[in-house]
Design a protein around this ligand. Structure first.
Ligand SMILES: [Zn+2]
Ligand SMILES: [Zn+2]
Length: 405
């Protein structure tokens, strides 16, 4: 349990930081940007953190809108995972970008927590390093995978994020599937499909025989796995034997190891299809691969306490069915990672990615959920930065993860 005086001081520091993080939430909300083009948000955030004494590094991992902002020294090393990309398709003509997933709200709650932790460090109440990690393009390429590869989390003892959700309470039971994204390009030989079909090698046959192979494979995979794909290029004219086709697949499962195993079998399907047709193929990952995510019980317990101290009620910890995939999974593969979803407090049944959810993530209307998210993360981090017994357990978790890498 975090000492009462420290908790009191966190709540006072939150009041001092409130105007700043609320403004940032609203400012990014009114300037929605696509993934990898979040220049307004990255500029605003790095400027704000720099003027508060944080050491900013930008770009990182070769991505212009990715950055880190660090304060303090030594361990524990706490990473706050910020996001700020928006989604397309909103407004009366469905042609506007909008923060329907509330990533502006995430950028702001991590900022608020960072400012509070800096204040506590200045007052000598906690010690360690806080690192605000600007993670672009969560909705598309998933830049956290690039940040992991660039070694940004190699020294991290604890990474955390709170994402907004529709409804009330908080949920610590989120689980995500590991996923690989594969693109096949099939090469054949064109010919007149009626005049000289015997001279052609049909790249479209190779493409759909790959689908047939995967359909047969699907009967013999575990029930958690998902393989789903599309044809991107299927040829140009019915009277020309297709010489070039393309397909894309997502392969998902509860465990990274099983996704890698299935990937080999999917590649064999393409190989067999090419053997049958005489075509050839090449393949590549067309997006970052994501690792699975599931909560660590010890971290969920400490997180629950932090949420309660932040005034959150209705906290659920039961693991949910696996759904979707996220780049937070990649972070969890290299350091202890705590992820939570916090209700916006709306009662109209709307949820993230819906146009009607937009008002609930604006800094003006979202003040209560935003404040709770700021407080919960500051309390969680301060707990680990002031309690040697919790640190010891955290380092044990970190070492176990490092040993598996
Ligand atoms: Zn989203
Ligand atoms: Zn999101």
């Amino acid at each position: 349990m975090i000492p009462a005086e420290l908790l009191q001081r966190i709540k006072e520091a939150e009041q001092q930081a409130r105007a700043c993080y609320t403004d940032v939430c609203h400012d990014i909300f009114t300037h929605p940007e696509p993934g990898l083009q979040e220049y307004y948000a990255a500029d605003l955030l790095t400027r704000t953190l720099q003027s508060n004494g944080f050491t900013v590094t930008r770009p990182v991992a070769g991505v212009e809108t990715a950055f880190t902002a660090e304060y303090g020294s030594g361990h524990p090393h706490i990473a706050l995972l910020a996001e700020y990309d928006a989604l397309p398709g909103y407004g009366p003509q469905n042609d506007q970008w909008g923060h329907a997933c509330g990533h502006n709200w995430i950028a702001a709650n991590t900022l608020g927590a960072a400012l509070i932790l800096k204040q506590l460090m200045d007052e000598g109440l906690i010690s360690g390093t806080v690192c605000y990690v600007g993670c672009p393009a969560e909705e598309t390429v998933g830049c956290k995978a690039d940040l992991v590869k660039a070694g940004i989390f190699d020294d991290t003892d604890l990474a955390m994020q709170i994402h907004i959700m529709g409804g009330n309470g908080a949920d610590l039971g989120y689980r995500a599937l590991a996923m690989n994204s594969i693109e096949f390009t099939y090469h054949g030989v064109s010919s007149h499909a009626a005049g000289a079909p015997e001279r052609g090698v049909n790249a479209l046959d190779a493409c759909y025989l790959t689908f047939n192979g995967i359909n047969a494979l699907r009967q013999h995979i575990t029930s958690d796995a998902r393989i789903h794909g599309i044809v991107c290029d299927g040829g140009l004219a019915p009277n020309v034997v297709p010489a070039l086709t393309r397909s894309r697949f997502y392969i998902r499962a509860e465990k990274r190891e099983y996704v890698d195993e299935l990937e080999q079998k999917v590649l064999h399907c393409a190989e067999g299809a090419c053997l049958m047709t005489g075509a050839t193929y090449e393949w590549r990952y067309f997006e970052n691969s994501f690792d699975n995510y599931e909560g660590i019980p010890f971290l969920s317990d400490v997180f629950e306490e932090a949420l309660q101290n932040a005034g959150v009620t209705g906290i659920r910890k039961t693991p949910r069915p696996y759904s979707g995939s996220t780049d937070v999974g990649n972070v969890s593969r290299v350091c202890p990672t705590a992820y939570c979803e916090l209700g916006a407090g709306n009662t109209d049944g709307t949820n993230v990615h819906e146009e009607a959810f937009l008002p609930y993530v604006d800094g003006v209307n979202a003040s209560e959920s935003l404040k709770q998210a700021v407080l919960a993360q500051a309390i969680l981090a301060a707990d680990f930065c002031s309690d040697p017994a919790k640190q010891e357990e955290l380092y044990r978790l970190r070492d176990a993860i490092h040993a598996r890498r």
